[in-house]
Design a protein around this ligand. Structure first.
Ligand code: LLP
Length: 431
């Protein structure tokens, strides 16, 4: 199986995190997001122990909440001792309302408004990751009004192509994020930050992309950042305390995807950084990364009920579910691949179907050309694997469909973390 939390039992029924997928669908209804809490914690511990082993006690993985942000997730992150990367007041508010400590929140965003800046400053967010010069000035002024000195990192664009989907490539020179090294603007950005009285510049951040499998991407990024840090020391006499290499490790959506050995990759990055900083006679900075997908993706599964099966002879067949692009827009947006499984049957004759949703749009496909039992019929349950990242987080109310609940699975038990949205919830904002 794709991940060891997915099993086909001897009676042909699918189980996830040791629990019957069909029984969970009966109990909570569909469409349904399942999240394997034990797996999430295991993934956190994998990062925490690799960081400790290779970088020492100060190093901290920051969970990128954009992958899946709701209260219970932040409670888990607090309990596991993770930091958090937040990108909006909404994510910050969710984390704080879950009791997540403000000082362990790193606040991102390329378009922070005055209100956003005020919100985060007033809640004592630990660190701003400043994206650009406009933000630097606005943040300095807002901090001055409050008489506080705010810790910041600067987001630098290293100019590295991580060989991933274009829409999620963020490290190249001409992307909308950060300030590029290549054009000389990054050095000016650092100089400007050092001149800001209310800001305390702790170091640099970069993020080259998401779904990165190329083993040398983080090594090349480390080299570029270490080289730039040495230039900053030579030119401006500043030695940074922190280096944040962002998120991006890829996960397996289908059997053909490689399995990234993340602890091994982190070990290689550590070894390279030690060498580079040693050669430049610089102390190794406190190391941070921002994993999102690799913490939660394989902890997720979405369960649907089949509404109809349509066969168009000579063309194709569809299995139409009670979900769709509203709960998983990733195939529509990125052509993303998924593993799709029938939840109650496995053997027998199989056929090829497009798995579609019920939105009023022909592009509403969850996954094309998947193999399912030929007799798949209305009322059957279908599971889509590895949906823990960027599914609930990117769900919408298109066509006024309420969003599914999130049910957590822990040690053989299940509980609701986010309740099912109702049509009344959707209507609540209409005047
Ligand atoms: N840090 C920064 C600054 C980021 O922009 C991202 C992702 C991460 C960390 C986390 O990256 P991860 O470890 O999850 O790859 N919606 C797209 C993914 C967009 C990722 C955006 N930034 C998708 O569904 O594939």
């Amino acid at each position: 199986m794709l991940c060891d939390n997915i099993r086909r039992e001897t009676d042909g029924k699918l189980s996830f995190a040791g629990q019957s997928v069909c029984a969970l669908a009966d109990r909570y209804g569909t469409p349904l997001y399942l999240m394997d809490e034990d797996r999430i914690r295991q993934n956190c511990r994998m990062y925490l122990s690799a960081f400790r082993e290779h970088f020492g006690d100060g190093a901290l993985p920051l969970y990128a909440g954009k992958a899946a942000a709701f209260r219970q997730m932040y409670r888990i992150m607090a309990e596991e001792g993770m930091g958090v990367d937040a990108v909006s007041p909404g994510e910050i508010a969710t984390a704080l309302s879950a009791g997540f400590p403000a000082e362990r929140i790193y606040y991102h965003g390329d378009g922070k408004t005055d209100a956003d800046i005020a919100f985060a400053l007033d809640r004592g967010v630990g660190c701003f990751i400043v994206d650009n010069g406009n933000e630097l000035v606005a943040l300095n002024e807002a901090a001055a009004e409050r008489g506080v000195k705010q810790k910041i990192l600067l987001r630098i664009t290293p100019g590295i192509d991580p060989h991933t989907y274009k829409a999620i490539n963020t490290g190249a020179v001409d992307v909308k994020f950060g300030v590029p090294v290549e054009t000389g603007q990054a050095m000016e950005f650092v100089r400007a930050a050092l001149g800001m009285k209310q800001l305390s510049l702790a170091g640099l951040h970069c993020h080259v992309g998401s779904m990165v499998f190329d083993e040398d991407v983080f090594l090349r990024t480390a080299e570029l950042m270490a080289g730039f840090m040495a230039e900053v020391r030579d030119e401006l006499g500043v030695v940074f305390e922190e280096l944040n290499l962002g998120g991006g490790y890829g996960v397996r959506y289908v059997d053909a995807d490689p399995a990234a050995d993340i602890p091994a990759r982190i070990g290689e990055v550590a070894a390279r950084l030690r060498t580079l900083f040693g050669e430049n006679d610089l102390p190794l900075p406190r190391f941070l990364m921002e994993p999102g997908r690799s913490i939660v993706a394989d902890a997720g599964m979405t369960v649907y009920t089949v509404c109809s099966v349509k066969r168009i002879p000579g063309y194709k067949s569809y299995v139409i579910t009670d979900g769709g692009m509203t709960d998983n827009p990733r195939y529509c947006l990125y052509g993303a691949a998924y593993t799709v499984l029938h939840a109650s049957r496995h053997g027998g004759l199989r056929a090829i179907f497009d798995l579609a949703g019920r939105c009023c749009e022909s592009g509403d496909i969850i996954q094309p050309a998947i193999s399912l039992p030929a007799g798949t019929t209305r009322g059957d349950r279908i599971a889509v694997c590895t949906t823990g990242a960027y599914n609930y987080a990117m769900a919408s109310n298109y066509n006024r469909f309420p969003r599914p609940p999130v049910v957590m699975l822990r040690g053989g038990e299940s509980y609701l973390a986010v309740r099912r949205e109702t049509v009344e919830d959707v209507l609540a904002l209409d005047l």
